[in-house]
Design a protein around this ligand. Structure first.
Ligand SMILES: Nc1ncnc2c1ncn2[C@@H]1O[C@H](COP(=O)(O)OP(=O)(O)O)[C@@H](O)[C@H]1O
Ligand SMILES: [Mg+2]
Length: 313
């Protein structure tokens, strides 16, 4: 079974990429999982945390980034590379089980998307344009993942800040979403807004026969500055525990640790370059929690399904 998890928060700079990269490395290194990290942000932070810019430029030249897969989904141009496995960069940081689908500084052209959708609607004589849009949004990232999904235990999608087409499509292709966040009052409001938008997305994409299976895996907090000792932090955490149920929060908090950001200089996650530091230890614990939550949620959902089936009989 492959778990696809969208790492998302509309806010930038909250630790989405850092968490995605370190979580992927921990799951491969300590749990022997086959993990694919997909960089969906045009800032390509995940890609550049794992390879020097010159290597990325070479891959881009060889059309081995996500851009060309997205382009081929939009334009259906048979000349563009269609084969996802060719774009996957294997053995990231020489670690078995850790693969990357590199991102790109340029993923899609909004004008081309509109033009293609307009053409599709005309060809199919479809008057319900919302339906044309929804089909495209639902399939865009899913199409990229389907050919390789069975090769992995986990696929982590590092989303861009905001709530763009790629993020929505990534959410629709995922079974779970994980919200990396900073414990700040505005951040808490941001999480509630995101959850509202995701519920709306699920509502828009459900049909009479199917609903969108997409659940919150949890909210993971990365702390900033000297926050552990401040009284203000205590107040924010109190509010957080009031606003969100315990089941929604990861217990592990990622401390602020300079080694975490320094690791980027060596194009390798801190859990590999400096496993003894406070930040690394927290990522290792969080990876364990992620696996526990996945197994608990999957088990309880299977049970729910069984119960609802038996009530039908
Ligand atoms: N635990 C941490 N300790 C120190 N710096 C961190 C930590 N987590 C993230 N950072 C730094 O914070 C910045 C933003 O993190 P990033 O993961 O890129 O956020 P996002 O993907 O949400 O925009 C980066 O410079 C990163 O190195
Ligand atoms: Mg990022």
């Amino acid at each position: 079974m492959t778990y696809t998890i969208a790492m998302t928060n509309m806010k930038g700079g909250v630790g989405k990429t850092t968490l995605s990269v370190n979580l992927a490395a921990c799951l491969a290194k300590y749990h022997q999982k086959r993990v694919l990290l997909v960089d969906l942000d045009t800032q390509i932070s995940a890609t550049l945390s794992l390879m020097p810019p010159a290597d990325f430029a070479r891959l881009r030249n060889d059309k081995r980034t996500l851009r060309h897969l997205i382009q081929s989904a939009i334009t259906s141009d048979p000349k563009l590379p269609q084969v996802v496995p060719d774009a996957i960069h294997k053995y990231v940081c020489q670690l078995k089980g850790f693969d990357l689908l590199p991102g790109d500084i340029d993923l899609y052209d909004e004008f081309l998307v509109s033009q293609m959708l307009h053409k599709t609607a005309l060809q199919k004589q479809e008057t319900d344009f919302e339906h044309v849009w929804n089909v495209f949004e639902k399939n865009l990232i899913q199409k990229v993942l389907v050919p390789i999904a069975n090769d992995y235990d986990l696929i982590l999608l590092d989303c861009a800040p905001g709530y763009n087409l790629i993020t929505r499509s990534a959410l629709l292709a995922s079974r779970f979403y994980l919200i990396p966040a900073r414990p700040e009052p505005l951040s808490l409001i941001g999480i509630q807004l995101l959850e509202r938008r995701i519920n709306k997305l699920k509502e828009m994409h459900k049909t009479d026969l199917t609903q969108v299976d997409l659940d919150l895996l949890g909210i993971a907090f990365s702390l900033s500055g000297n926050i552990l000792t401040s009284r203000y932090y205590g107040q924010v955490m109190k509010r957080l525990n009031e606003d969100f149920s315990e089941a929604k929060l990861f217990k592990t908090r990622i401390p602020s640790d300079v080694n975490v950001s320094k690791a980027i200089d060596s194009f390798s996650p801190v859990v590999l370059t400096n496993p003894g530091t406070a930040g690394s230890k927290a990522f290792v614990m969080l990876a364990q929690e992620v696996l526990q939550k996945l197994s608990t949620l999957t088990r309880s959902q299977a049970l729910e399904k069984k119960m609802s089936l038996s009530s039908l009989n």
